[in-house]
Design a protein around this ligand. Structure first.
Ligand code: GLC
Length: 749
């Protein structure tokens, strides 16, 4: 056996040496190192590399590491403990292979940024990348070199708690911002000690969990997989994302953790991904619960044969695969390929050269530059959903403000879900910011009324009403505690919990201008809140610097620019509701007769037969891409470079954007396209480009987009990917529901 290994090693070295420049960690050099190490490894050591543990007992962990039974650990954030365990791996195990240390750093490590859904509202890849870079610098200083982010599951269901972690409902926006996060986490070079390997998750279609109930089955056919759910992951591969994570859901009966079609046929063979694939937390052994595997050994065999390289904490691999290999149920090549992917990642990360945390490194957590980046991210993620009669910004005429609601001073809740390492002590709440930044300009009366968002007690509402009566305006901070979104936290009722509605109605009844600020992890149904509020801001869970940014927006120092990255339903029953839906054969009219308008004993077909809800109509409360500003913008002069294009042409789109309002503002201009006739039905709109444009009051700017015709490709009736000739309509505008349009044709030439 040993001769065999030596022969393989020699052959590998000869093959690589023939074209490898000496020195440097080029791919060829890394491949040679991988092969050299692989031939030295026993089967047990190989399975050890494929085993990831989340340690409870570090002495027990050290023993396993010493025996070469562990390839990675997660959830260790003490740099000294990391170095202790890493020293066991590097200096006491037989082959000295370093561990990869991982953690969920989803939207910040210590400095907490808006939840990813909030960051998506900025439509700004630059600020998203900066946020991920800040997170990488802070996390790597504690020894974390692998994060389980970006979460790029296209999410179209407000009931699903994990929509908070997503970048919204649109494949293109998710792709652009997911790539920005990968760039931020991984930096210029993966072997830089401040870089953190990114992980594209959850592969795939997890956001389509039926009923929005987490972990539930999905039924996404291949064409919709390829048109909607896969594109962000392909973009992640093209951006050099180091790792992928499988998703909990079974799609059409096949759990993703054993889905050879997506893990091998698409990810490896079509996309040529050479990174590493990790399961989700015990998702290998959970295939027993799925009824897809008989026992842990069966699960381990199906997962590794399907292409999962590393087993996150179920220990099914380490406990079963040696026998599986012996029985011939898992070829040794499958094991070797998995270990190659793991070793290659470790070499790329420079772990063999620099395995330890530099304890002399400057502590960069919460440095002013990081806090300022987080503040900017909040400023750009807050969405102005309503602003009647210029209620906002609060002007000089407002001398006394009543601040009410359970989210006004909730430092823990404000950080949102997936903030294991965020520290509430560093959170600046809106109440604290208003007092600190504007306390000399306005008098603040604070009455939370509710102790927390689920608080059903109405006992405190009278005090809030009394405060409102003594004020010139009321600012109500409502929304969701952090626990109400995120993993395993799906809701059937996506309206405000507790007595928050009663609070808003009561303070609105005083007649004082009511500004409602919602902090939540999902697109709540805000129909009632919009009705009773004069102005409505949606701030998601804004993180550490939510307070200062929101205060500056309320008092006019910052003009909000956020746009909805996900559709806001009128009623939960509309869900799933998203802009890129199909027309159906009976599309709704712009105005439909709704349930209260229908005459008694109306005839069966008297109100027509079209696709809408009698009690909710056919439109959402707020469409995708929607958001107001303290100024106004006008679109004019849409021009296309031609009205007919060939397959290899680029469409040049130009139009004028004017700031017709009183102050500087930033507009997120959006470009949508509709393929009017396809070999299969096509969405009524698809986002193809967007850009943040800042204009001073009265300023006009010519804006242009270049849209390659090949970007109109989709998976047709014959399941080939391409552009089909025919008629198209294009829009440029402020959101997915309005804008200027122009028609064009694509021809084969
Ligand atoms: C969780 C999540 C996944 C996370 C992993 C490690 O269950 O599904 O997103 O990265 O386990 O915490």
């Amino acid at each position: 056996m040993r001769i065999h290994r030596l022969f393989i090693a020699a052959a590998a070295i000869l093959a690589i040496a023939s074209c490898t420049p000496v020195g440097g960690n080029t791919d060829a050099v890394i491949e040679r190192k991988v092969e050299q190490l692989l031939v030295e490894m026993t089967l047990e050591e190989k399975l050890g590399q494929m085993n990831q543990l989340s340690p409870w007992d570090y002495d027990d962990l050290a023993e396993k590491v010493r025996r070469g039974e562990v390839g990675s650990i997660l959830n260790c954030t003490d740099p000294e403990q990391v170095n202790r365990i890493q020293r066991v791996a590097v200096e006491e195990s037989r082959l000295g292979i370093p561990l990869i240390v991982a953690r969920d750093v989803i939207h910040g490590y210590k400095t907490i940024f808006p939840i990813p859904l909030g960051q998506a509202a900025s439509f700004n890849p630059e600020i998203v990348e900066k946020g991920a870079r800040v997170a990488a610098v802070e996390a790597s200083s504690d020894g974390i070199r692998w994060t389980f982010a970006p979460m790029i599951d296209v999410s179209r269901d407000a009931r699903w708690g994990r929509i908070a972690e997503s970048l919204g409902e649109d494949p293109y926006l998710t792709s652009v911002l997911g790539v920005a996060m990968i760039r931020g986490f991984q930096g210029d070079s993966l072997d830089d000690s401040t870089s953190v390997a990114a992980c594209a998750k959850h592969f795939v279609a997890y956001g389509a969990s039926e009923g929005g109930r987490d972990y539930n089955s999905t039924y996404i056919p291949e064409r919709q997989l390829r048109d909607v759910y896969l594109p962000p992951f392909k973009a992640a591969v093209d951006a050099g994302c180091a790792t992928f994570m499988t998703s909990f859901n079974d799609n059409d009966g096949v759990p993703s953790t054993a889905n050879r079609f997506v893990l091998r046929d698409i990810l490896r063979d079509e996309w040529d991904f050479d990174g590493m694939v990790v399961s989700d937390w015990t998702s290998v052994s959970e295939m027993i619960n799925h009824g897809f595997c008989a026992d842990a050994k069966d699960a381990a065999e199906k997962a590794v044969n399907a292409g999962v390289d590393m087993d996150m904490v179920s220990e099914a691999y380490i406990r079963n695969l040696a026998l599986s290999v012996e029985e011939g149920k898992v070829p040794m090549k499958v094991i070797d390929d998995a270990v190659r992917n793991i070793l290659r990642l470790k070499f790329r990360m420079g772990l063999f050269d620099n395995p330890y945390v530099d304890m002399s490194r400057e502590d960069m957590t919460y440095v002013p530059a990081h806090l300022e980046t987080a503040r900017k991210a909040v400023e750009q993620s807050v969405i102005l959903l309503k602003n009647d009669a210029g209620t906002l910004p609060l002007g000089d005429r407002i001398r006394t403000i009543a601040v009410v609601g359970p989210m006004a001073d909730a430092p823990y809740e404000q950080m949102g879900t997936w903030t294991f390492d965020g520290e509430r002590e560093h959170t600046v709440t809106p109440l604290a910011a208003l007092r600190e930044m504007y306390g000399d300009r306005v008098r603040i009366i604070y009455e939370p009324a509710l102790a927390y968002t689920r608080d059903k007690s109405q006992a405190g509402i009278a005090r809030a009403v009394n405060a409102a009566r003594r004020a010139d305006a009321v600012i109500a901070f409502v929304g969701e505690e952090a626990i109400l979104s995120g993993e395993a936290h799906s809701l059937a009722n996506v309206e405000l919990q507790g007595a928050q509605k009663q609070l808003l109605r009561a303070v609105a009844a005083t007649g004082r201008p009511l500004v409602t600020v919602v902090m939540a992890g999902r697109p709540l149904v805000l129909t009632d809140e919009a009705d009773v509020s004069d102005a409505l801001l949606f701030a998601f869970h804004p993180g550490t610097m939510g307070g200062p940014a929101i205060a500056d927006i309320l008092l006019g120092k910052v003009n909000p620019s956020g746009k909805t990255p996900v559709t806001f339903p009128r009623m939960a029953g509309q869900v799933p509701v998203y802009y890129g839906q199909k027309s159906t054969g009976r599309p709704a009219l712009s105005e439909e007769m709704l349930v209260d308008e229908i005459p008694v004993e109306a005839g069966q077909t008297s109100i027509g037969c079209r696709s809408f809800y009698l009690d909710a109509g056919s439109t959402p409360l707020y469409p995708f891409g929607y958001g107001l500003s303290y100024t106004t913008f006008e679109y004019s002069g849409l021009m296309l470079s031609s009205d007919t294009y060939g397959m290899d042409d680029d469409i040049t789109v130009t139009f004028n954007l004017s700031n017709s309002g009183p102050c500087e503002g930033t507009e997120i201009v959006q470009l949508y396209v509709r393929d009017l006739v396809g070999s299969v039905t096509r969405p009524v709109k698809e986002l193809k480009a967007f850009r943040r444009v800042t204009l001073g009051s009265g300023e006009t700017q010519a804006v242009s987009f270049n849209l390659p015709v090949r970007d109109l490709a989709f998976w047709g009736m014959d399941m080939t990917y391409g552009v089909e000739p025919g008629a198209f309509t294009l829009w440029v505008g402020p959101d997915s529901a309005t804008g200027l349009s122009a028609d064009f044709t694509v021809v084969k030439r």
